[in-house]
Write a protein that binds this ligand. Sequence first.
Ligand SMILES: NC(=O)c1ccc[n+]([C@@H]2O[C@H](COP(=O)([O-])OP(=O)(O)OC[C@H]3O[C@@H](n4cnc5c(N)ncnc54)[C@H](OP(=O)(O)O)[C@@H]3O)[C@@H](O)[C@H]2O)c1
Length: 239
Amino acid sequence: MGLRGQRVVVLGGTSGIGLAVAEGAAAEGAEVVVASRRQENVDAALKQLPQDARGEVLDTTDEAAVRAFFERLGAFDHLVYTAGETLMLESVAETGLARAQRFLDTRLWGAYAAVRYGAGSVREGGSVVLTTGTAGHRPLPGSSVVSALCGAMEALTRALAVELAPVRVNVVAPGLVRTELWRELPEAEREGLYAASATSLPVGRVGEPADVAEAYLYLMRGGYSTGSVVVVDGGGTLA
Ligand SMILES: NC(=O)c1ccc[n+]([C@@H]2O[C@H](COP(=O)([O-])OP(=O)(O)OC[C@H]3O[C@@H](n4cnc5c(N)ncnc54)[C@H](OP(=O)(O)O)[C@@H]3O)[C@@H](O)[C@H]2O)c1
């Protein structure tokens, strides 16, 4: 049965992991709604999704816009949050407080706003799936802010699972995945990162969006999971 007939909302669903989640849910017969900041990304995503998919422009750092989005949307079954920007890897010495705080705006506070205004519209049996990363468990030099964010997302997920029950709340922790997130790196550097990671990862390759999308689909379908962190990292936390 999968997600047939269910309504799945993916914030950050116009690219990479979020778009793969929307495609996977639609392939199971769900009606999907994707949203992100740029109209061209929304238009491009809708070309890849079935005709009944809907798309909207939404910046999740704009609280009033998030609230209005959910008021317009009405009831749905699953909220997926994959909105995020290029990772900030730089030392504490280089990173002022304002910049560190800004980095949490989309991934932490955007997710918080989405849950605050969206969770009340989740139908019985539905769920929320958020996104973190593996840097909380396996930090690198320069990952302090990212690691703090990842720890916060895991703790937020557990707290929401308790507070919002019976709505289930889970989080996916992807390892390195080949997406537009890395577009700001010069191509040679980006391909070097992928090649070096592929060599060090137990699975021998970097992740593709569809690899990670499977975890979101599982958490939406799986009625017995809540407060869970599902790591999909090619063994990166072991490498
Ligand atoms: N790729 C990886 O290696 C990796 C590893 C660990 C964790 N993650 C996390 O996984 C999530 C998905 O990343 P991805 O790799 O799929 O990246 P991606 O391909 O760049 O997709 C990010 C999506 O978020 C949207 N977005 C960004 N800021 C937004 C905002 N303020 N409001 C609404 N939408 C926003 C983008 O569209 P617009 O530009 O149109 O807004 C895009 O649709 C992110 O949280 C990322 O940090 C990724």
